[in-house]
Ligand binder design. Sequence first.
Ligand code: FE2
Ligand code: FE2
Length: 419
Amino acid sequence: MDTLRLQYPVHTGDKRLLLPAGAILSMETLDDLISSSKATSYRTHPLFKYGSVKKDLLHQMERPPYDFIFSGREKIESVMGMLEKVRLVTPVLDSLGYFKKDDYHTYCHVLMVFALSTLIARDLLPDSLGWMYEASTGPTHDIGKICVPMHVLKKVTPLTRTERRMMDHHSVAGYVLLSYFQKDPRNLAAIIARDHHERRDGSGVPRGIRLTDLAVEIIVICDVYDALISPRPYRPDPYDNRTAIEEITKLAEMNKIGWEVVKSLVAHNRREKPEHREVEVSREKRGTPPSPNFYGIVREDDNASGLAHEKRRHRRVALTGTATLKPKGKRDVQPVQTMIADISLSGMGVYADNPIEEGVSFSIDIYFVSLEGSMATVSVSGNTCFVRQIKDIYFVGIHFKEELDPIKHPSLYNYLLCI
Ligand SMILES: [Fe+2]
Ligand SMILES: [Fe+2]
């Protein structure tokens, strides 16, 4: 295992410190932790006997698109029959109680990743039942979030760099916790907790390794899919199912995830439920991502922002902002999501994932977050005046049709004056 250093402490749900910040996460460290006097033997209990897990899971399976994915008596009975046999140690079950009480998004998320990954594992893994018992994957992959402050988990505006690091800590924290609870740092559930934000091309976290394990990849894809189709603190509206599958397809096109799991997911979303090997995945992109969406937008820490504040009085650099560009008079062309790099009263520069033609007119929805966290939304008109490609991203200059003024755009104007 590549060596990881903990950036933050790892503690149990009852706040017992397992490892401090700065600890080197080697096999020896984990073996020492497991054999230390802190180690306790935990008894296992049936997952479905804990609280209202079974009822809540069935309830979540009734919401779209899961109602369609799990449609058919045989499918529900088969998956529920598999899940029914799962037993987990007490602290893992208690983490579900914690999420249900304090972070309902995460609670529903871990249950549905569990159910969906079991369905897909049934298609793709020869010993799916064994995999599921060994991995107990769904309800445990995000257990490390018990080590992330609740205000970070539930933040509705962009995370600061420090908060992003706190959030990313949940993968390694989950690895330590599950190694400790299961008394084995090599158990699949612990490995999945550690690696479920890694990608095939090595662009993930925490280690940036190239993901090659199909069992882990099933969780990776179910994790992304459920995050897209569910409301999240940083994005109040979920993706519609079509757009969510397009986003998943884009990840496969970029070789961040593999096609096999994507095909299985698409097969369960098709009316005729084809065999996953026979699925042709559409590459057409016509969905519209919801706005606002602050996923992946990170702002400077408050101290850094304070310093930057002085400089920005003159430079007018947007602290945090996104813009949705809607081509005028082209109903068949989908809106483009961008991140604002720079803005003034007469125009702005944005970063976009895809090329945009020069000279195209757009109506533009701008979303800003102020230093205090309040949000401003305004609509303006403009046209692209230049497009530059920088590696695999595009920098687009936009000229506003009318200069921003305090009467027409009071919230944006005030915002511009204070940056
Ligand atoms: Fe996660
Ligand atoms: Fe997750």
